[in-house]
Structures are given as C-alpha cells and as structure tokens.
Design a protein around this ligand. Structure first.
Ligand code: PMP
Ligand code: GLN
Length: 380
C-alpha cells in the first residue's frame, strides 16, 4: 500500500486547544464564548427535539428558517432576499465556505485571498484546484493597499474571498475599501465570497456594510453567516448562504454532498432567535464590548501593547517588545509556563507572515478574564 498521508494542515485552533487541555491553561485561543447562549433559543431547540423534529429536513433548510433569515437581513442590513430561491441553510459557516468554494471554483481558477486569512480558506481553495492570489495586510490597521489589490486581479480571477469583519485582526474594512472591491469585482466579472459571520459583533457605534448591497454586487456575491456567532452557540454549527438564484444553485450542488442538511431542531431554535427584538443584538454587542474593554485595560496595566479591536470577540497584542523570538514562541511559552492559550497571528499567513501579533478571545466571564490577566502579570 502507498503511504497514507494528508497534505492538509492541522488547524491552529485544534493545536492550541489541545495544548490548553494538556497544560490546564485558560483558553483564550480558539474563539468560543463561555456563557451558555440565550436560554429562550435553547429552549425552543429543545422543544423542537422533543416534538419530533428529528428526521432529515429539506436539503435547502427548513422553510421557517429560510424565511427568518431573509427577514432578518432585510431588517438589519436592508437586503432583499427571496427565501425560496436565495437562501440556504448549512452546517455552520465552515460548510457554507466549503460548498461555495468547492462549488464555484474549477481547477486553474484564481481566487484572491486577503491575509491574514481565516484558516479554512486556503485548504478549501486548493482542494478545489484553485490558485490562491494573496494580498497581504499588515498591522497596525491591516488596511487594503489599492495597488496590491488591483495587481491581484487577472483574466483568470474567478472569485475573491472577503472576511468582513476580519478574523483574526478584529478590524472592519472601511466603506471606501468595500466600494473599491465592488468596483474591481464588477470590472473583472469576479464573484465575491463574503464571510460575514462577525457582522453583528461590531463595536463603538459602527455598522456592518454587506458587500452584497453595493452597486453591481447583488448578483455576484455569495454572503455567508453563522448562528454560532449571532447567538454565542458555536457548537450548533448552523450557517447560512445567501446568493442570487444562479449562484445559490451551484453552491447547493456542493452542499448536497457535504452535509446535505443541518439538525432540524437547531434550525427551529435559530429561526426563533433571528426574530428577536433589536435589544438582544444591542445587548450582546454591549456585553462583548465591556469584556473587550476589561481585557484591554488589564493588559495595558501590565504594560502590554493592545491593538484596536473594532469587531469580533478578539483583540490582538503586540508581542515584539516582550523579548520572544516571535508570536509562535510567545504562545508556546504562554501556554506552557503561564497557563494561558492564545493564537499566533502568523498562522493566518501563507506568505511572509507578520510575526509580532497574538490574538486573544475576550468572550469570557469577568472571572476568567481576570484569572488570565493574573497569569500574564510579569510578562512585560
Ligand atoms: N469564518 C470565520 C471568519 C470564522 O471566524 C468562523 C468561526 N470562528 C467561521 C467561518 C466558522 O463558523 P462556523 O462555526 O459557523 O462553522
Ligand atoms: N472560528 C474560531 C476562531 O477563530 C474557531 C473555529 C474552529 O475551531 N475551527 O477561533
């Protein structure tokens, strides 16, 4: 038999979470909240489970959820989606990304990726036979360089993957960058695969602008969302894809052979949750912003440099002054010697990584954040 091996990498989230378990560390690495999520949403899903929502639901998702998704995005982002032909439910945003990339990318197609990039993009693009064209973003603002972006487009560009708000940088692309992206996509007839899972977690009065709403983008955008982020229920793995009917039909073809469906009781819970009053979404943002401020203030008191966190439930620190070889060495020492797990941002670059930035998750109770800060004392 030939040797059995995989060319796929091990995700940094699994690598750091297993180190966290091994060393009994406080896990501020992999992003997940430590609160149980909204009780009414969980009860709705539990009731649905009890009431018999247990067989395969339809491949595109429960009609009640598809309707709720269309209504939700009309209310929050002014999008006019037709539930029956433009909305599909997936098993998490991860499956949505896989279905979009495996469905839309053919061997030899070029796909523009902005780095640092969420770690699922490149392996999926490569599995589809696509050729990544990287545009590099750098701290402190991780802004888009117009010349570099323009240079990445060619006659073979099929798609661009845009993650906005951006994980791991915790930044939001300004509207001027989105307008430029839209103009280039229209000019080069390129599809935008927009991973907008962090759309509700934007702070300090900011608003999320969906690329799909920009001129010329309605028919060329595949928009991806995640109930895991909207309801702090990351283990549910309920995601959504929204696109014009011709694009969605292609993405749905791939979905047939990936997950096919998503647990129906969880779909019921999410359908209920998406209809929650605005106060829920405002309250969630406020609570996360308070946690962000608590961790940021604690880190600054310790003399650690904190980068701006405009969105997501992450904040980044600059570890250059702390005397380690790089961000990976810092994270190794942090988990082994100080009992705190974090994510080195270099893991999100395939070329010429930025090596001085480390990502911390603040979606934790005050007690957990304070305990982590105690363990970090003496680093700076
Ligand atoms: N995309 C991004 C940018 C993410 O941060 C995450 C999860 N943190 C996902 C996709 C995956 O979402 P899900 O858990 O719904 O699969
Ligand atoms: N998206 C989460 C993060 O950025 C982790 C998801 C995962 O573990 N694959 O931390």
């Amino acid at each position: 038999m030939n040797p059995i091996f995989s060319t796929l990498p091990t995700t940094v989230f699994e690598a750091m979470s297993s180190l966290a378990r091994e060393f009994g560390a406080i896990n501020l690495g992999q992003g997940f909240p430590d609160d149980p999520g909204p009780e009414d949403v969980r009860i709705r899903a539990a009731e649905a489970l009890r009431d018999g929502f247990n067989q395969y639901p339809s491949m595109m998702g429960l009609p009640v959820l598809r309707r709720a998704i269309a209504d939700h995005y009309a209310r929050h982002q002014g999008l006019d989606l037709e539930a029956e032909s433009e909305v599909m439910v997936t098993s998490g945003a991860t499956e949505a990304l896989a279905a979009a990339l495996l469905g839309l990318i053919a061997p030899g197609d070029e796909v523009i990726v902005l780095e640092p990039a969420y770690d699922a993009y490149l392996p999926l693009i490569r599995q589809a036979g696509g050729i990544p064209r990287i545009v590099r973003l750098t701290p402190p603002d991780f802004g888009l360089d117009e010349a570099a972006l323009r240079a990445a487009f060619s006659e073979r560009t099929r798609a661009i993957v845009l993650n906005n708000p951006l994980n791991p940088t915790a930044t939001i692309f300004p509207d001027t960058d989105l307008a430029l992206l839209a103009r280039l996509c229209v000019e080069h007839e390129v599809i935008a695969i927009c991973d907008e899972v962090w759309e509700h977690l934007v702070f300090d009065g900011r608003r999320h602008t969906p690329l799909m709403g920009l001129p010329g983008m309605r028919g060329r955008t595949v928009k991806i969302g995640s109930a895991g982020k909207i309801f702090s229920l990351t283990g549910w793995k309920v995601g959504f894809v929204m696109a014009s009917p011709p694009l969605l039909r292609v993405v749905a073809k791939a979905h047939q052979f990936l997950a096919f469906t998503t647990p129906p009781n969880l779909q019921e819970g999410v359908a209920y949750g998406l209809g929650k009053a605005d106060a829920y979404f405002v309250g969630m943002r406020r609570a996360y912003a308070r946690s962000r401020d608590r961790l940021a203030a604690g880190l600054r008191d310790l003399g650690i440099a904190v980068l701006p966190s405009q969105a997501t439930y992450f904040l980044n620190i600059d570890v250059a002054p702390l005397g380690f070889a790089d961000d990976a060495a810092f994270c190794e020492a942090l988990v082994r010697e100080h009992g705190v797990a974090a994510i080195p941002v270099s893991a999100f670059y395939s070329q010429d990584p930025v090596r001085n930035v480390v990502r911390l998750c603040f979606a934790k109770s005050n007690a957990t954040l304070d305990a982590a800060l105690d363990r970090l004392a003496g680093l700076a």
